[in-house]
Design a protein around this ligand. Sequence first.
Ligand code: NAD
Length: 262
Amino acid sequence: MADLMKGKRGLVMGVANERSIAWGIASALAAEGAELAFSYQGDAFGKRVEPLAASVGSDFLVDVDVTNPASMDAAFAALKDRWGTIDFVVHAIAFADKAELAGRFKDTARENFKVALDISCYSFIDVANRAADLMPDGGSLITLTYGGSNRVTPFYNVMGVAKAALEASVRYLANDLGPQGIRVNAVSPGPMKTLAGAAIGGARKTFRHTEANAPMRQNATLEAVGGTAAWLCSDYGNCTTGEIVTVDCGYHVLGMPQSENI
Ligand code: NAD
């Protein structure tokens, strides 16, 4: 690896364990020389994140529930105290009640809709606002989305709507923050074997289906998703904003499954 991120510091939100997409991104950023802070959700995840952070030379951990503004205040105050400014934030956070990730979209409950949109979309707007205050010389904001935002995929349901709202937010935030030199992009991996991924009904079938049909006949790797985020956080990404970058071994270009599978 090179020193693509040398001299840059930032926050990675959403590591739950070593399979997390946020961890794939953190590993790539650290390998390129970035200095990292991590947010985790509650003590149970904290215990898992601590050794992972230590393995990339970080002891900077903050406990954040994105629905709790006091925890967000504390996290961004800690970043300001320790570093003054930051160069990037990775937001790899989503949630929907499991009941909504099975069955039919039309049955989505109002309360679950609000929670899914709040945690999976609004939290990125909140993060962007807070991060922008610590980015006087510009920076890069990354979130994670999935192709279920604009095409129907099995049981993705309310999360598809949340990701569509998140992708639109990427474009509006990119426009608002562009004059300040802050770039806002989303990475859109194909299905990955993570805690959040496993919560979606039929996750294994979806994983196998994309593997069998993607032009490259494989699913995305944590390394490739991490490397894409690292590019977007690095100076090589300096003229890219408002973009949804797909990392799915080409699955999104298909109109039908491969001939061997129909
Ligand atoms: P993951 O379970 O490893 O990570 C999800 C993270 O969200 C966890 O760390 C969890 O603590 C955090 N989170 C949920 N609610 C929170 C809250 N209220 N406050 C703070 N943190 C909260 O799963 P993942 O698959 O790595 O998910 C990361 C992102 O990638 C999500 O946005 C997900 O939608 C997206 N994504 C996942 C896949 C996939 O197939 N796994 C594909 C495309 C995009």
